[in-house]
Design a protein around this ligand. Sequence first.
Ligand SMILES: CC(C)(COP(=O)(O)OP(=O)(O)OC[C@H]1O[C@@H](n2cnc3c(N)ncnc32)[C@H](O)[C@@H]1OP(=O)(O)O)[C@@H](O)C(=O)NCCC(=O)NCCS
Length: 174
Amino acid sequence: MSGPLISIAPARAAMPSVYTGGPTALRKATLRDIGPLLGLINDYAAQGIMLPRTEFEMAENIRDFTVIYAADRLVACAALHIYSPAAAEIRSLAVDPGWKQHGLGRQLLSALEEEAREFGLKTLFAFTYVDGFFRKLGYDVVDRGELPLKAWKDCLRCPKFQACDEIAMLKHLP
Ligand SMILES: CC(C)(COP(=O)(O)OP(=O)(O)OC[C@H]1O[C@@H](n2cnc3c(N)ncnc32)[C@H](O)[C@@H]1OP(=O)(O)O)[C@@H](O)C(=O)NCCC(=O)NCCS
């Protein structure tokens, strides 16, 4: 089987996106966001800086996602994926290239931290290449052996499985 049985995902607008300074809206994702989410995440995945996602995976995990829109354009997303009663991973964090450095990444992580607190989680972790960004937001580098084993399941299908250079980072929630 080469593709999805039923495509529910409208394509992401092809027009390049540029920061406008206009209002943005942050909310939990719905199934209607899958098309734009795939576009944003898989554009970065094609550059080797994020793990690619499929439509099926997105549907399965859509409740993890928070999105930010500027008018009708998806400009940022991130997911809170729970692994244990205490720990969750921040994953699929992406800000549209034209919208970087305007606080959207920080806004998303704050929203996911708030969500994590509401669930009673104690720690958040991430595998990342942007350790500087995570450091600014209170994360520290940790040995990946400190993270829940289940968190490695994505690694099994990662193209860099044999030579992983991602940095494991962790934050204890106050
Ligand atoms: C990493 C990423 C999410 C940051 O989002 P962003 O909206 O540009 O970040 P913000 O504007 O909220 O930045 C918050 C702070 O982090 C800093 N920062 C942002 N990107 C950074 C980076 N790559 N390295 C170091 N610091 C960074 C900002 O300067 C800002 O610091 P300040 O508050 O002192 O001014 C975004 O660059 C991105 O989508 N990158 C490509 C995908 C990716 O690597 N995702 C991470 C997967 S784990």
